[in-house]
Design a protein around this ligand. Sequence first.
Ligand SMILES: CC(C)(COP(=O)(O)OP(=O)(O)OC[C@H]1O[C@@H](n2cnc3c(N)ncnc32)[C@H](O)[C@@H]1OP(=O)(O)O)[C@@H](O)C(=O)NCCC(=O)NCCS
Length: 208
Amino acid sequence: MSETTHTLITPLSREHFEAVVDLRRSAFDNELDVALGRSYASAFVDEVCKSRHSICLVALEGERVVGYALGIANDAVTDIRNALAPRVMRSLLLRPWAILNRTVRARLRQRIAEELRPVRAPNTSIALAEPCILLLSIAVDPAVRRNGVGHSLLKTFEGSARQRNFRSATLSTGVTNTTAVAFYQNLGWEKVASGAADYQSFYRDLMN
Ligand SMILES: CC(C)(COP(=O)(O)OP(=O)(O)OC[C@H]1O[C@@H](n2cnc3c(N)ncnc32)[C@H](O)[C@@H]1OP(=O)(O)O)[C@@H](O)C(=O)NCCC(=O)NCCS
């Protein structure tokens, strides 16, 4: 699909699946994927990839997966959330101590709050041009960071979204993730207020 000197950006296929799960778990080591175990992380990637409304890309160096980007239409976020809810409960039953993890408790509170308001993820302060795609997750292998792989992934993601007639894109990241904040701003994403104090939302108009 898109190629830099050493890196090929291509749609995620079955053979990349395990490497993407591993990369996600290592890149977001304070997230649900680690606290709730690998089966939850696999279920998350699987549900997103299965959806007809998703865009799933990998960055390859040779055959090695060095990055990925996963996004889904805002309208389909509820489906993913509903599909994953039993997985979360199952993981918590299998490892009840995970509830002691601050991130797990915060994310569960956030999920419950989201259930109680009309779904629009993330809860940005501006009207999103519809249809809008939510970038759920992007990560690059630490060994090859700061070499433009993330840039290629995000630009290819935007291009794929345009081709699929999405008019805008959005995402949320933790306010303390200063690398991600610098990354999105550098690539032209606009900071917008988010509904949660510890999250920063970004917006990208795909029509310009
Ligand atoms: C965010 C992430 C995907 C960036 O991937 P990357 O391949 O290193 O990014 P790039 O090399 O394409 O960087 C593009 C630009 O982003 C900015 N940037 C990237 N990493 C940065 C850092 N550590 N500090 C400051 N700016 C940074 C720079 O402006 C950079 O351009 P430059 O190198 O010409 O100055 C990667 O750091 C990562 O996987 N982080 C962990 C997971 C994560 O936080 N994902 C995002 C939250 S959902």
